[in-house]
Design a protein around this ligand. Structure first.
Ligand SMILES: Cc1cc2nc3c(=O)[nH]c(=O)nc-3n(C[C@H](O)[C@H](O)[C@H](O)COP(=O)(O)OP(=O)(O)OC[C@H]3O[C@@H](n4cnc5c(N)ncnc54)[C@H](O)[C@@H]3O)c2cc1C
Length: 368
């Protein structure tokens, strides 16, 4: 896969000018997603052997932050594609990797489905099931809030199988698959969130990655690792966008005869935004370096990065709205959009509370 000469310029050309309109319309044109995907940019970590860019976690993260600073909806699509590709790369056998990964760097779009109406934070309550039937498997269940499912050509579905769990590659047009967009999401409105119903979907047994039967916690942790890193860097992007917009506005808008930035209470918002952006960036860099070094700390580092960046982005975007005042009180304003998008980052890939529980368990174990 020849890498585009300047991937960030491609984002600035294809995505940035339209992000506000896509948010209001609730959809990104599929051809834009296919163009980014076909350039390998929706899952830059896919190995060159499979036609991907073979980028490391640090490069992928900085690119994700750039995309996230322009459009959290398209960044969310990247997160889903990276989770799907990462799960296939990790759990699939050689033939499954050869079958699916080249497609995911050639314009095919993918989603990753874990959550169910009765299984959000507690994925052990999952009821979607895959059952072996001769040379085939049959998949039945209901997944909810699946990012990018409205655009997807394939969905990597996590399901119970016997005493363990399996990840199954499901073509979106397979008989029995029904994809229904989530109505009026409050943020990342163009990310293609949808419910995925699986009504006795019959597939060849080769659709089950690695033969299946893995322990559910292991399977979930492996897939969420990609998602957490990606969301964390996306939040860095949100903070960068908010810092730039708030600083520019505060430098030129005058009240009481001086620019807003000269009022100390406004300056404090700007200082806090800068601290938030730098702190989130450092947490993400630390986690990316742990991933690239295959460190045993990488799982905790990713949770820490996601929790830090999401919390700071939600708080920072609210501060940016405050600095802009009525200027950011329009649905179409980038800071208003960032504010809505950032709040959702505290919910996905492990809510803030679930991240805190994981980090507290780590702290207690480390102190023993
Ligand atoms: C924008 C968006 C995109 C999403 N994309 C995907 C996707 O691509 N794929 C996918 O599979 N899912 C996706 N989801 C679903 C997401 O993973 C879940 O929403 C998330 O796991 C939380 O589950 P829940 O919404 O059911 O909340 P619940 O689990 O019901 O939690 C509600 C509240 O209770 C708290 N809580 C729950 N348990 C505990 C506990 N033990 N201790 C303390 N507090 C607790 C939570 O932190 C939260 O504050 C997405 C959701 C959103 C909003």
């Amino acid at each position: 896969m020849p890498e585009p000469a300047d991937p960030r310029a491609l984002v600035d050309d294809l995505v940035a000018p339209h992000a506000g309109d896509w948010d209001l319309a609730g959809a990104v044109p599929r051809e834009v997603l296919r163009a980014l995907g076909g350039a390998g940019l929706l899952c830059p970590g896919v190995d060159a052997r499979h036609g991907g860019l073979g980028r490391d976690s640090r490069w992928t993260g900085e690119f994700t932050a750039h995309l996230g600073s322009r459009c959290s909806s398209v960044r969310s699509v990247l997160t889903s594609q990276s989770m799907a590709a990462g799960t296939i790369a990790r759990l699939g056998d050689a033939e499954q990797r050869r079958e699916h990964l080249p497609r995911l760097v050639s314009g095919a779009l993918a989603a990753a489905a874990f959550s169910e109406p009765g299984a959000g934070s507690d994925l052990s309550a999952m009821t979607t099931e895959v059952r072996r039937d001769g040379d085939e498997v049959v998949l039945t269940g209901h997944k909810t809030w699946i990012t990018a499912a409205s655009y997807a050509d394939l969905v990597v579905v996590v399901a119970r199988q016997d005493d363990g769990a399996s990840a199954v590659v499901v073509p979106a047009d397979a008989p029995g698959v029904v994809i229904t967009p989530v109505a009026a999401p409050s943020g990342c409105r163009a990310a293609g969130h949808a419910d995925v119903r699986l009504d006795g979907v019959r597939l060849p047994a080769s659709a089950v990655l690695g033969g299946g039967g893995q322990p559910l916690p292991l399977l979930v942790t492996a897939a969420l690792q990609h998602g957490r890193m990606s969301v964390a860097w996306g939040c860095v992007g949100i903070l960068r966008a908010c810092l730039t917009e708030a600083s520019r506005h505060a430098a030129v808008r005058e009240q009481f005869g001086v620019p807003l930035a000269e009022h100390q209470l406004v300056a404090r918002h700007l200082a806090e935004l800068l601290v938030a952006e730098r702190s989130a960036t450092r947490a993400c860099e630390h986690a990316a370096d742990a991933v690239d070094a295959a460190s045993p700390d990488q799982v905790v580092a990713a949770v820490l990065a996601k929790h830090t960046a999401a919390t700071l982005a939600a708080r920072g975007a609210a501060s940016a709205v405050q600095v802009l005042g009525s200027a950011a009180a329009h649905d179409g304003h980038p800071v208003a959009r960032a504010h809505r998008d950032a709040k959702l980052m505290e919910i996905i890939e492990g809510t803030s509370e679930i991240c805190q529980l994981i980090l507290a368990r780590h702290a207690v174990a480390a102190a023993r």
